[in-house]
Design a protein around this ligand. Sequence first.
Ligand code: COA
Length: 182
Amino acid sequence: MTDCSEHQGKWSITFGVNDADAVDQLLRSLPNWFGIEASNRAYVESARTLPTYFAREANSAADSEPVGVLLAQRHFPEAAEIHLMAVAPALHRHGVGRALVQALEAHLVADGCKLLQVKTLGPSHPDEGYKLTRQFYASMGFLPVEETFDLWDAQNPCLILVKPLAQPAGSDGTAFARTTFP
Ligand SMILES: CC(C)(COP(=O)(O)OP(=O)(O)OC[C@H]1O[C@@H](n2cnc3c(N)ncnc32)[C@H](O)[C@@H]1OP(=O)(O)O)[C@@H](O)C(=O)NCCC(=O)NCCS
């Protein structure tokens, strides 16, 4: 995996550098969303290998603490998943999450991927924080497919959302420079 960075307005998005400790820090800053220690450990472990996008303030040093992270998974050539997103709470609603999703989507589209999914806590759960999370994904163009009570557990309904990735008009996506994506 190569290291590359792109500027999305105020935010600089870096792709290709894994940093499990930074992911751990971001999860710990969001106890209302990430309060289950075993799940957090699994996320941190997955951060050692999954394709990773970090957001930093555009003018900050490359080794400064990231303010947001997105971990991605490519299940098939046609389909990918957002495995984890976390943005530092002080910066919610400042466009960090949007910049991370846009960076991932640009790579996926350039690599011919057609569908992006994400799983989050479903609407039958009363949690107010995840209500905002669902609003974020809806705003990013994700559509609800199913709320299932079998995937996680009965207390944690899982909402599956998908987003068809825009393909360049008159092309199958290969007209773009191909980006290596594991
Ligand atoms: C969900 C999360 C990643 C979104 O990142 P963010 O940087 O706060 O989101 P953005 O500022 O890029 O929001 C983009 C758009 O989403 C929508 N949105 C985001 N947060 C919203 C909120 N709290 N209420 C309503 N709409 C919201 C808005 O349309 C927003 O655009 P706008 O501000 O121009 O109106 C972030 O809030 C977060 O880390 N939440 C806690 C952890 C979490 O939920 N992770 C995902 C678990 S599946």
